[in-house]
Design a protein around this ligand. Structure first.
Ligand code: KG4
Ligand code: ZN
Length: 354
């Protein structure tokens, strides 16, 4: 099955071609430079950029995969959650192509796409990354991005149940908002990651919100507020280069401790011996190192999304759509989906006893 996938939920326009689970092309056009001028994503500008860039990335993805539209057996696009106008561009483009080509269409949940991206890897000897679901083990999935922080129990492929999520800011949002308080450019996550590498994570003791609470919810707004008060009382520290690095390292350590701690607690409670991690924040080096260390110590298998698959991309949307088409036999009766509307607010579908 050859499938074209489109992703346009926020500030990345992306198209990918998937053939039997292999990602043949995954073209991403980022709008970060545009939105950085405004210190955050401007929805109307994002929509216009998607409209401009979607045909470009789609043509490029087909070209790199060496196929033409008539070779496609199915189309998928992100249906939600995300910015309404931004979602509309990719979803309606995908549905129109599917209608014109008379192939089935599937609207994909963005967070579910991130979740399963941890199972995409490059097998030695293969040319393209592939959804390696044959390696699947019952797992706890940590999904961490700018818009979401989730812990999900995944006993079987395509069967999952959300254990907890953020009650306020997402982990990536906490990085971005804290970076803004420190006067760093948007998006702050990667910048803090770089600065933190030269800082002392134990320099300042920021709170680890809800780390020892029962349950698997997160809350990061209090951490952001504590950084605000810290800067009010110690403005001089952030003015020195080393002080800034120490603050970044200490904030990062607090976020990472909570994410890793909760993931380990969930794995223990559910008695699973595999943790997966995906989403933009998974690019964070300290998070990756801490997950590796914590999982090794407890003999827990760890699967993490890598490279371009961490942040928003159509490859993960297409790989999940391929899995759904093939495992769930979705090719039949797909016509109705051609009229589906975007779902800007959409809880991750729960498919285990709920
Ligand atoms: O998955 P993603 O590209 O988009 C959403 O679905 O939100 O995630 C973007 C988020 C941003 O908040 C960004 O600051 C964060 O991921 N991020 C990082 C790093 N790279 C991206 N956060 C911490 N360290 C990084 N290296
Ligand atoms: Zn995302």
């Amino acid at each position: 099955m050859r499938l074209l996938a489109l992703e346009s939920s926020c500030d990345e326009t992306s198209a990918a071609v998937i053939s039997d689970g292999q990602i043949l092309s995954n073209v991403v056009s980022s709008q970060i430079a545009l939105h950085a001028q405004y210190d955050g994503v401007v929805p109307e500008l994002a929509t216009r950029e998607h409209l401009k860039n979607l045909p470009v990335v789609t043509r490029q993805a087909l070209k790199e995969a060496k196929i033409t539209p008539s070779d496609l057996d199915a189309i998928a696009a992100t249906r939600g959650p995300g910015l309404p106008g931004a979602l509309l561009i990719g979803l309606k483009a995908g549905q129109s192509m599917a209608r014109a080509l008379k192939v089935p269409f599937l609207g994909v949940h963005h967070h579910e796409g991130h979740l399963y991206s941890a199972w995409i890897s490059l097998t030695p000897g293969e040319d393209f990354p592939c959804m390696n679901i044959k390696d699947f083990e019952p797992s706890v999935a940590l999904v961490v991005s700018g818009g979401h922080t989730l812990l999900v129990h995944v006993p079987e492929p395509l069967k999952h149940q959300v254990l907890g999520g953020t009650l306020d800011d997402a982990a990536g949002e906490c990085f971005d908002k804290t970076a803004k308080l420190l006067g760093l450019p948007y998006p702050g996550g990667p910048v803090m990651d770089r600065l933190a590498a030269g800082g002392d994570p134990k320099a300042f003791d920021f709170p680890r919100p809800m780390l020892h609470d029962p349950g698997f919810d997160f809350s990061f707004s209090g951490l952001k507020t504590s950084v605000r008060y810290f800067l009010r009382d110690h403005a001089d520290i952030a003015e020195s280069e080393q002080g800034l690095k120490d603050i970044c390292a200490s904030v990062q350590a607090a976020i990472v401790d909570v994410l890793v701690g909760k993931a380990i607690q969930a794995a223990k409670k559910l008695k699973v011996s595999c943790i997966t991690a995906a989403g933009g924040v998974t690019a964070n080096r300290q998070l990756r190192e801490s997950l590796v260390e914590a999982c090794q110590r407890r003999r827990i298998k760890l699967k993490m999304a890598s490279g371009v698959l961490c942040s928003d991309n159509a490859g993960m949307i297409g790989a999940l759509a391929w899995l759904k088409f093939t495992r769930l036999g979705l090719q039949k009766n797909m016509d109705l989906l051609l009229d589906e509307e975007p779902k800007p607010h959409w809880d991750i579908p729960c498919s285990v006893n709920c």
